[in-house]
Design a protein around this ligand. Sequence first.
Ligand code: NAG
Length: 208
Amino acid sequence: MFVFICLTILQLITGYVAAPESMVAQAFQNDKIVSKVVLNPPSELISVTYPGVSIYLGTTVQPLQTLAQPVVSYEGDDNELYTLMFFGPDLPPSVNVPLTQFLHWLVVNIPGRDISKGDTISSYFPPTPYPGGFPYIFILYKQDGMLNTTEIPDMSFILRRPNFSPMEFAEKYNLNGPIAGNFMHESYLSVIPEVLQTFYNILGNAFG
Ligand SMILES: *[C@@H]1O[C@H](CO)[C@@H](O)[C@H](O)[C@H]1NC(C)=O
């Protein structure tokens, strides 16, 4: 009997140790910058698709490919509410690995997987990378209940987007996770195409 119990315990322990770690969590931990920004790596994948390119844990993209809001999907329970965040470093990582982020997109109260039915706190603003390129991160949290959006400041205005702390926001609104995530590396274009110039102008005007 004793031997049997010991064997069972051993199996439980080795089974636990041998359980393959999620590919997503591993990718979040292995990326030099992402691992410093998202301290608690998610284990599920957020599927992110831009016209012509699917993002998978570090895909390199050009700013022109990410101008439009992507199609985003994940494993979600219709009876739960979710928060989706999309952000990138405030400063080039060569300067500093930033603890706060420039907010590119934030939707709360998403019923299940239907992002269009959530409440948009910050509308989609395309990435405008610095030289060197750096990761842009998507993460998903599960909510305990409906968030009262009249109590959350609107963050679509350009000057409300810098200095965003995903972890602080999650703590303030009791979000669980992140449960899912994805990220991409965005190349810097030395010659800015006209269509992208608009967004650089908005940023330039806002921050002098
Ligand atoms: C939401 O917050 C506002 C402002 O604090 C409050 O007046 C309102 O009653 C709240 N709504 C709900 C449903 O709790």
